[in-house]
Design a protein around this ligand. Structure first.
Ligand code: ADP
Length: 499
């Protein structure tokens, strides 16, 4: 039965909603995508319309099935992966959200975060959740909804409301309101979940005044989550896998052994290191998080994020008009031997890990009369590599061992020059896989594993295929000199410009 192996992967991201239908060998049979409108109600606020998320999800799933000429009966399992931390609250009876979804980028809860930090709760929160106090995570967003939506707190106390991240909301809707569940990776980003006990933490729930009755059940990443309503896709389909986007990419990249590391280069960049059964507490302000949980066993990870990666190239294109398209940056970078000492620090919204400096702002340093467009463009690409080295060094320091290779994915990795420079600056081989859609693929693997299409992690690891690898070719002295220049540039944007 050829169709036994078809898995439908739903990838609900920040800017778009996608459905990809995968065959058992990992080939994408059909892809549908729909843009998701961003809502900016106030400075620093970002929302999504839950109904738009939902209707787009149904539309792309139906579209992908139609494009591949498949029916619901052909689909062995559905896997869901999603933008993490984005927060929803809905009425259990009607399924109607009480407010728009508050998106992970939203900063409205900064005052509450400052209060929590001032109250001395940072250490407890870090110890329980692996996270830092920041509006990024869901917990303070739930608190905001309960305090600011008319009647929400009273309804929550009566047990009438449900909280969920996007995965959980989609599962609720797909199952016609029959299942309220999430997975351990999504739960680990809420600020409410104890990553050691794998349960919601009563003390943190009290601290944020979040009633336990709001919360979903937390499941392994691979397993039976529920069945879709028959009329949605023309027949019931089992939802068998779920994971937050960066964790799904970790699975899609088959980083299953401790020490294996992947980096996703899109708008921003997320580096995730598998640390095995050990939840490594970071001394460098990286996040400790759940990599995946299978058969009740947790594999932990360290995570670092760079806020601006591909977005710097977008800025070169749209803000400065230095390139007509993102891929054009490659030719310009190649056209010069180096930047002649020019550094671009893309701290447009502050600096993420390991600096966590919200007040830093971007700068182009080291300009001379010889500096031209190619130098600035090259400096923007180089910055992505230097920032990756910042994170890799922090991770090696925390984990006590240096990774031996880096697996990469995301829109930027098509730039061969960038990949070579990355290998040069890291002094590590950089591996680019055949399937670039690793997030959707990871969700498909999790669902397919639960549906017995794959033998398990070893089987998935054996399916990983290198498209090309890049080996460090730069002389160590040059590498260290360039990196020292970067560190100096970062020092200069961090408030000591006058020094
Ligand atoms: P996201 O999923 O975050 O929307 P993608 O993974 O689709 O992002 O990657 C798109 C980003 O990659 C854009 O910011 C774009 O500027 C950048 N990008 C795409 N192709 C290249 C390239 N050849 N060189 C440099 N940057 C690129």
């Amino acid at each position: 039965m050829a169709d036994a192996g078809v898995v439908l992967s739903i990838d609900q991201g920040t800017t778009s909603t996608r459905a990809i239908l995968f065959a058992a060998d990992g080939t994408a049979l059909a892809t549908r995508q729909k843009e998701l409108p961003q809502i900016f109600p106030a400075d620093g606020w970002v929302e999504h319309d839950p109904e738009e998320i939902w209707s787009a999800t149904v539309e792309v799933c139906r579209g992908a099935l139609a494009d591949a000429g498949r029916a619901a009966a052909d689909v062995a399992a559905i896997g869901i992966t999603n933008q993490r931390e984005t927060t929803l609250l809905w009425d259990r009876r009607t399924g109607k959200p009480v407010h728009n979804a508050i998106v992970w980028q939203d900063r409205r809860t900064a005052p509450l975060c400052r209060e929590l930090a001032a109250g001395g709760h940072e250490a407890t929160i870090r110890a329980r959740t692996g996270l830092v106090i920041d509006p990024y995570f869901s917990g303070t967003k739930v608190a905001w909804l309960l305090d600011n939506v008319d009647g929400a707190r009273a309804a929550a106390e009566r047990g009438e409301l449900a909280f969920g991240t996007v995965d959980c909301f989609l599962l609720w809707r797909l199952t016609g309101g029959r299942v309220h569940a999430t997975d351990a990776t999504n739960a680990s980003r809420t600020l409410l979940f104890n990553i050691h006990t794998q349960d919601w933490d009563d003390e943190l729930l009290d601290l944020l005044r979040v009633p336990r009755s709001l919360l979903p059940r937390v499941q392994d990443n691979a397993g039976h989550f529920g069945d879709t309503d028959g009329d949605l896709l023309g027949g019931a389909v089992r939802v068998m896998g779920m994971a937050g986007d960066q964790q799904a990419a970790l699975v899609g990249q088959a980083c299953f052994a401790p020490g294996m590391i992947k980096s996703t280069y899109g708008t921003g960049c997320f580096v995730v290191l598998n640390t095995g059964g050990a939840a490594v507490e970071s001394r460098n302000r990286l996040l400790t998080t759940v990599g995946y949980r299978l058969d009740g066993r947790v594999t932990y990870a360290l995570e670092g994020s760079i806020f601006i990666a591909g977005a710097a190239v977008q800025w070169l294109r749209d803000g400065l008009g230095l390139v007509a398209s993102a891929p054009e940056s490659e030719g310009l970078a190649r056209a010069v031997e180096g930047t002649n000492g020019v550094y671009l620090v893309p701290a447009f919204t502050g600096l993420g890990a390991p600096y966590w400096d919200p007040d830093a702002r971007g700068a182009i340093l080291g300009l001379t009369r010889d500096s031209g467009i190619a130098h600035v463009v090259r400096a923007a690409l180089e910055a992505v590599c230097y920032q990756t080295r910042d994170l890799m060094q922090a991770m090696a320091d925390d984990a006590g061992a240096a990774p031996t290779a880096l697996r990469v994915d995301g829109g930027m990795v098509g730039n061969d020059w960038l990949m070579q420079f990355l290998a040069d600056i890291l002094g590590l081989p950089v591996d680019r896989p055949v399937v670039a859609e690793t997030t959707a693929l990871g969700a498909a693997y999790l669902a397919g594993m639960a549906a017995d299409l794959f033998g398990g992690l070893d089987d998935i690891a054996a399916r990983w295929r290198r498209q090309r690898d890049f080996h460090p070719a730069m002389e160590a002295g040059r590498r260290d000199g360039l990196y020292a220049g970067w560190r100096d540039a970062v020092r200069r944007v961090r408030g000591d410009m006058a020094a």
